[in-house]
Design a protein around this ligand. Structure first.
Ligand code: COA
Length: 404
């Protein structure tokens, strides 16, 4: 059975901090952030937004866009590293907010930024496993990336969610059954239970990412059928390559490594042309939203489909997912004919209604954190986090909360 992503929808908070303003406040050249890291702005959530509201908003819009009744969803997996409880999963809050029925397997999954891919692969296997009945899974990757104020990681924050409807009639992406995986225990990035902000060994995390890419891509390359001819690169068979992008420059570093592994070396000119054609077009959204951890790779995919779904229909693309700690996976997919008519995937809508904030407002929002609260009148999300009462988290629909 051909299985893949039937629909995809992204959502990012509407408030965003332009990186040149952060650079000025921290006394570093703006070019270090806008060119050196490739980030131009990062999304900042309001106190009434948390990972549940982000995930539920993306999920509701994905189901609406696909025209699928929530009660027919048989599996709901939410991938995040911004969990709201040690025990109660984000997914069960989302399950209720979306009106999904009781006969649905639902859980939260965690492995740093790799969680979204773990959930997607599990969901695809679950759809494939039942050959007699078409069934649908909803996978949502959602995160709020947090590093300490003034730390090197600070410019690589962001927030957002991407929902993917997985089923037997993909309009967004047919998923390959083969993939190349690489896992090893490394301490490059972690978030101890008592901390909101991540701890990271930044330079080491880049090395770990590139080593994992080498391992996963080699494993995938060996499985390629028909086998590669002498001198042929796997990359020659791909129309685009999307990478997990904690900051866009990471994708540039990754693509150079991929070409080196694929061809046994590269030149600056070959690399520059390949990066321009295969990688740069998919990075616009993440340069405006920032790091969304589990959702980052899928923001790139949603953006690519919205911008180039028609032009790339029938073409094969490569995807690389990395989660610190670490686990990584390289896989490919083909854009079906339906990609030409997929329409909006939420990326442009997320960026269009944005409100740019200054550094004091950003610092105030970070200080307040996701403590719950009222939504402003121009709030763009579908759901709000009202707060905690009797140790229980309270969520509601944004429109009803605003009317109250
Ligand atoms: N103009 C243009 N580029 C500039 C510059 C300037 N004035 N000043 C510095 N740069 C470039 C640097 O050369 C470097 O690019 P390069 O890596 O291609 O050489 C880039 O800007 C970043 O500078 P660097 O000194 O490495 O930044 P940093 O020490 O502040 O930390 C990270 C960068 C990525 C390590 C840090 O943001 C971080 O820890 N992020 C979180 C972890 C992460 O995202 N890891 C990724 C793998 S999961």
């Amino acid at each position: 059975m051909s299985v893949g992503i039937e629909h995809i929808y992204a959502y990012a908070p509407q408030h965003a901090l332009p990186l040149p303003a952060l650079a000025e406040a921290r006394g570093v050249p703006a070019e270090k952030l806008t060119q050196g890291l490739g980030v131009r702005a990062m999304a900042v959530p309001l106190p009434c937004e948390d990972v549940v509201t982000l995930a539920a908003t993306a999920g509701a819009r994905c189901l609406r866009a696909a025209g699928v009744d929530p009660r027919t969803i048989g599996m709901l997996v939410v991938a995040t590293e911004t969990g709201v409880d040690h025990s109660k999963p984000v997914s069960i809050f989302v399950h209720e907010l979306l009106g999904i029925g009781p006969h649905c397997r639902t859980y939260e999954v965690k492995h740093a930024c790799y969680g979204g891919t773990a959930a997607l692969m599990t969901a695809a296997d679950w759809v494939r496993a039942n050959r007699t009945k078409a069934r649908h899974a909803l996978v949502i990757a959602a995160d709020i990336a947090r590093y300490a104020l003034g730390s090197p990681g600070e410019p690589t924050q962001g927030a957002g969610a991407v929902a993917m409807l997985v089923g037997p009639e993909p309009r967004a992406l047919f998923l390959s059954e083969e993939s190349g995986v690489h896992a090893s225990n490394v301490y490059d990035f972690w978030r101890p239970l008592d901390r909101r902000e991540a701890l990271v060994d930044g330079k080491y995390s880049i090395d770990c990412y590139l080593d994992a890419l080498t391992g996963a891509f080699r494993a995938f390359r060996d499985l390629e059928r028909p086998a590669l001819e002498e001198g042929e690169g796997l990359v020659d068979r791909l129309a685009r390559v999307l990478y997990h992008a904690p900051f866009p420059k990471m994708a540039a570093k990754a693509h150079r490594r991929l070409l080196e592994v694929d061809r046994g070396g590269t030149t600056d000119d070959l690399y520059a042309a390949s990066y321009r054609d295969l990688v740069a077009p998919g990075l616009e959204a993440v340069s405006q939203v920032g790091n969304t951890y589990t959702a980052s790779l899928y923001f790139c995919l949603a953006s690519l489909l919205e911008d180039e779904g028609r032009a790339l229909s029938g073409r094969r693309i490569g995807l690389f997912s990395y989660g610190s700690g670490c686990c990584a996976e390289f896989f490919t997919g083909v854009l079906p004919a339906g990609a030409a008519t997929l329409g909006a995937t939420g990326v442009r809508a997320s960026l269009a209604g944005r409100r740019l904030i200054d550094v004091p407002t950003y610092e105030q929002l970070l200080h307040e954190g996701e403590q719950g609260g009222r939504a402003p009148a121009d709030f763009t999300g579908d759901f709000v986090f009202a707060g905690i009462r009797d140790d229980r988290r309270i969520y509601g629909r944004a429109r009803e909360a605003l009317a109250a």
